[in-house]
Design a protein around this ligand. Sequence first.
Ligand code: SF4
Length: 214
Amino acid sequence: MNKKERYAAFLDHFTAVLPEAETELQYNNPYELLVAVVLSAQCTDVRINKVTPALFRDYPSPEFLASSNFDELFPYIRSVSYPNNKTKHLLGLGKMLVEDFNLEIPSSIEELQKLPGVGRKTANVVASVIYNQPTMAVDTHVFRVSKRLGLVTQTAKTPLEVEKQLVRHIPEEHIPKAHHWLILHGRYTCLARKPKCDQCDITHFCKYFDKNGV
Ligand code: SF4
């Protein structure tokens, strides 16, 4: 199977079985999604979904973050990874949204990356989920699964290289969904240490399976 056929099989399969794939983070508006994605760095969506209801109740908009302080905010997110840094990021993010962005969540990757705690991956997720832009956020699942499937070359060493290869081959209209397909497949089936190949329904176009079997 060549790369073109592999991409076609990937798109055919997931369009059929997961047409409505979306983030597992819970949010009600762009501001909440941005905060949730910042918090989710190096942490699980399950953990983030446990802390955000109280956080969003008491910090319903950027102004509330902007006028808060470390001691007030920290308790809300103490159970997520890197709570010290993330508390500082959220305080700075609220301030910047108020002072520089007129409370609007920016749509461009460049502007999003100016916000504290927002790197390229977070910016890509926000642009994709909120603005449906054809951006591909590459986290550890996307990085691993796209390589195993053979969608990107084994020589791709950085998330940016993987992102560029995926974006080059996946039609724009499928990119926001493809991001979630790769994440969900990596989270539940194509696990990092022990992929569940015996339960996987895409063995027919997986390069790793082709080479290693079950
Ligand atoms: S066959 Fe195995 S390696 Fe390939 S995608 Fe499925 S779980 Fe991952």
